[in-house]
Design a protein around this ligand. Structure first.
Ligand code: ASP
Ligand code: MG
Length: 488
């Protein structure tokens, strides 16, 4: 979040556009029926000048990625067959949801996008490698296709939706697969393209996840990046709110796949939501909160299959004093121990960080002592090379298949009894406690990946079971569609 400059978190910003940014995830636009549901939800917001952001149709990004990998392995036929199936699926959605005139105009456009995709697979196959740059080009076309189709379907549903090419608005650096917006240019572009459309009563509609460099090379904002796009757009327009429409009832106290009795969190702070996303909750992209927080734009996480539901409200001050909001588990963690051959002179520390940075590792600290350093990373691919580079200075060892289980909530760290309750509840599990940075909002524990699910379940029972009734009784969040309210 440190790359965001500007107002302080929570500082009230004058709301320029008073519009509402509505992001629909893959499952909310997976087929014609889902897209029609989304159109109905947008219609309820017409008075609030909606701007719509959409993901690729459900599973398309994964399938494009698989096709790209197959092409890189030399299995071009497998890749083009997969593309063929994707083309049929997209064309079917057009036929099921767009009007005859729009279909006639859109189908040739899709054909040309798929032609581009076939050429890309060809280039990947010839290169024998799926480079980050080619990957961005390949995956980003999923959002281009979806946004064009949803625009036509919305038009058929009676909405004056206008397709906007997100790649021309979200200007990013060249960090392919994880690009960051160049804020000034992006804000300027978004304002100059979207505000006139809103003033004409149109509904601008753009693909999430994608952008391009100043030179027009396609980039992406990282997996799950459509949430981030929604937040970037909401901040640029100083929107009245941002709505993330998915297929769950809001942010839950734990992953419902792990804890079937997980329940909705009515409200949380921007910081709590950002921590949750960072520590592995899949519901939001880790960077998605920062732009909204910077402009103090409330974010709602809501369910497109249950639009009457209340969702989760994310604001500067949620006005509750609930200590633990949710439990997450982030798997696939490796602990790297770096032991100085002699001692940790400052130059050696610098050298170690430089080596990791050169290999593009984002680092989290586990612990540091005089003679050794423990770091947490999410990939082991460059560790052999790093070991080699540090030879003679430090010994490097690592242990994979770890998980980080995290309790998130304002003031969690101010309640020392929480950590001891965790240690007691998981007394049979080998635990290491980690305190990240200066944040008071979380406590994390490192444990074996194989123990993560059971541990989350046990902790959920410990901290939420008794609170469940109180939660449902004191559920004070605003309903999404208040009768006669401004959000109808
Ligand atoms: N379609 C992209 C992905 O699956 C971005 C998103 O859905 O937010 O990662
Ligand atoms: Mg997502």
């Amino acid at each position: 979040m440190s790359e965001v400059v500007g107002e302080q978190p929570g500082q009230a910003a004058e709301s320029h556009s008073q519009s509402v940014v509505m992001k629909f995830g893959g499952t909310s636009v997976e087929d014609a029926a889902a897209i029609r549901r989304a159109a109905q939800i947008v219609k309820l917001r017409l008075r609030n000048k909606p701007v719509v952001v959409v993901s690729a149709l459900a599973d398309v990004t994964d399938q494009l990625l698989e096709a790209g990998k197959a092409a890189a392995r030399g299995q071009l036929q497998v890749a083009t067959d997969a593309l063929q199936a994707l083309q049929q699926r997209h064309e079917q959605v057009v036929l099921d949801s767009a009007g005859p005139r729009d279909s006639e105009c859109l189908l040739p456009q899709l054909e040309s996008d798929f032609q581009q995709l076939r050429q890309l697979l060809q280039s990947i196959s010839s290169a024998g490698e799926l480079t980050p740059r080619l990957q961005d080009h390949l995956l980003g076309l999923g959002e281009c296709l979806a946004s064009k189709i949803v625009q036509a379907a919305f038009a058929q549903a009676g909405l004056e939706a206008v397709w906007v090419d997100a790649r021309a608005c979200i200007v990013t650096d060249a960090a392919h697969t994880q690009a960051t917006p160049l804020w000034e240019e992006t804000n300027q572009q978004l304002q100059s393209v979207l505000l006139p459309l809103l003033a004409q009563g149109k509904v601008p509609l753009l693909g999430g996840f994608i952008g391009s460099t100043r030179d027009g090379i396609p980039t992406t904002l990282g997996r799950g990046g459509s949430d981030y796009t929604a937040s970037i757009v909401g901040a640029a327009l100083q929107a009245a709110r941002i709505e993330i429409w998915s297929d769950v009832d809001g942010i839950l106290t734990a992953d419902p796949k792990l804890c079937p009795d997980a329940h909705r969190v009515p409200a949380m702070s921007f910081e709590e939501a950002a921590d949750l996303a960072y520590f592995g909750a899949k519901i939001l992209h880790p960077a998605a909160i920062a732009p909204a927080m910077r402009k103090n734009v409330p974010v709602w996480v809501v369910n497109s299959r249950n639009p009457e539901g209340k969702g989760t409200e994310i604001v500067a001050q949620p006005g509750d004093d609930c200590c633990i909001k949710a439990i997450t588990a982030k798997k696939g963690i490796t602990v790297v121990d770096v032991e100085a051959v002699r001692w940790f002179a400052p130059e050696l520390l610098r050298e170690i960080f430089d080596v990791f940075e050169r290999h593009q590792y984002g680092l989290d600290f586990l612990s540091a002592s005089r003679g050794s350093l423990s770091l947490l990373v999410t990939s082991t691919s460059a560790l052999p090379a790093i070991t080699e580079e540090l030879k003679g200075l430090a010994n490097v060892r690592w242990e994979s298949e770890k998980a980080l289980v995290c309790l998130v909530g304002e003031k969690v760290r101010r309640q020392p009894e929480i950590a001891s309750q965790v240690f007691r509840a998981l007394s049979d599990v080998d635990l290491r406690m980690i305190c990240h940075g200066a944040s008071e909002r979380n406590i994390s524990f490192l444990l074996d990946e194989s123990k993560a699910e059971d541990s989350v379940r046990r902790l959920h029972r410990l901290f939420f079971q008794s609170r469940f009734d109180r939660y449902s009784a004191s559920n004070t969040a605003q309903p999404m569609c208040q009768a006669g309210g401004s959000w109808q």
